[in-house]
Write a protein that binds this ligand. Structure first.
Ligand SMILES: Cc1ncc(CN)c(N)n1
Length: 230
């Protein structure tokens, strides 16, 4: 290997295996609707009602990550990320709520998870309860990573000005802070993967790919106004 070449990291390998799912997410009609500003109020409200509950579970899983951590720098990171979800990630929700015409108080009050949101949150909770810290982080990582990549793509494509209804949403997820969060995830996952055995690495990969697929169907849940059939 030359001085400039380096081997592919575990998280780079995962990203490349998940590429067809990422591409399907970028093409998804809900994501295109954010770019084109043409989602209905009902679709936006449906998304925020489920996503608010999803992010509450995300905070709970960070709490489980703390309980599996032995390093203070990891505990500090998960603690900060709970603060990020609670204090910062409410802004993109407020943007969607405003455009939807539904009051945020009503959307925040939803307390029933629809099939897809239930499936995704149970997947992250199961990974957290049954797995190692590395397995847990692989189930969480597609959450910031897919949104960061969506944000970057839409910012580049749309270059939203003040008249774009989802300017705040796009700029929030394209912000370098979200890129930093992704790099912090990747650094930890790569470290944990290098200490993990074959079976644990296989679980890490499975949890990551499942979460990427869940991200994709979460958009469909909102776009198609999914409900329990009975
Ligand atoms: C389902 C989902 N995935 C990711 C994100 C971005 N944190 C989110 N708000 N919701």
């Amino acid at each position: 290997m030359s001085a400039t070449e380096r081997s592919t990291s575990f998280t780079e390998e995962l990203r490349s295996k998940a590429d067809p799912v990422f591409e399907a997410i970028f093409r998804h009609p809900f994501v295109r609707g954010i770019a084109e500003g043409n989602l209905s109020g009902e679709q936006l409200a449906h998304y925020v009602r489920q996503d608010f509950q999803y992010l509450t579970v995300f905070c709970q899983v960070y709490g489980l990550a703390v309980s599996k951590s032995t390093r203070r720098e990891d505990i500090a990171f998960f603690n900060e990320q709970i603060g990020f979800v609670l204090d910062s990630e409410n802004h993109p929700h407020q943007n969607l709520a405003r455009v939807s015409g539904y009051p945020m108080e009503e959307l925040e009050g939803a307390n029933e998870l629809l099939p897809t949101a239930r499936n995704y949150t149970r997947h992250t909770l199961y990974s957290a309860h049954s797995g190692t810290l590395g397995e847990l982080l692989c189930a969480l990582y597609p959450c910031p990573l897919t949104y960061w990549e969506i944000g970057l793509r839409l910012k580049e494509e749309v270059k939203p000005d003040d008249s774009h209804p989802f300017k705040e949403w796009i700029e929030f997820y394209a912000d370098p802070i979200v890129g930093d969060i992704c790099r912090e995830f990747a650094r930890r996952i790569d470290r944990l993967a290098s200490d993990a055995g074959k079976a644990e690495r296989a679980n890490m990969e499975e949890h990551y790919l499942t979460s990427c697929r869940m991200e994709h169907i979460f958009w469909s849940m909102a776009y198609d106004l999914e409900e329990w059939p009975v």
